[in-house]
Design a protein around this ligand. Sequence first.
Ligand code: ATP
Ligand code: MG
Length: 198
Amino acid sequence: MRIGILGGTFDPIHHGHLFIAEDARARLGLDCVLITPNGVPPHKKPYSVSPAEHRLRMVELAVGRSSTLIADDSEVRHAGPSYTVETLRALRRREPGSDFWFITGMDAVAEIASWREPDEVLRLCHMVAVSRPGHSAADFERAVPASLRDRIELLPTPEIGISSTDIRARVAAGLPIRYLTPDAVVEYIHHHSLYRGA
Ligand code: ATP
Ligand code: MG
């Protein structure tokens, strides 16, 4: 199997995430893409992030019955911070014989040098970086040492100016978020009064 993984906080998931997962799946010929919300994100302050169960549920609602985009609870099930290297090791144990493509936005991949065991991460998967507005390939080249950069595939995609940060701010300001994220996620956010005080 050729398996994609889109890791992130997904607080909340939005159409930018869904589009890059689907585009990478089609263009890289992947069988499926796992969308994997992290438990306690190592790079974010835990207290400011919504509980994992909400973030996972919103991913489940967003993918619906898709057979190729799959909500993956492997990181939220295990306690403590989620490191990509550990997630990849666990996946390779679970799916021996499969190959893995880790999908990142240009902003996230620019920080790869600060991830735990970046060399090992790049040995365990194919790393793919998609376009994100405000984060150019030139910024990426400046931020990432050539020894890592040369092993990362850039996959130019249409730039989608949607972020979870903006969605949270819009909810707090009483602005609409419909069409930025699937309707079921919009309903979930309102039903659970998420992001009101963000
Ligand atoms: P936040 O604003 O809270 O950081 P986010 O929108 O960046 O949220 P994350 O959960 O941090 O979403 O992102 C998960 C992954 O998806 C990262 O690799 C990120 O770069 C990528 N990503 C998120 N939104 C986009 C987008 N609009 N275009 C391209 N990549 C994206
Ligand atoms: Mg982010």
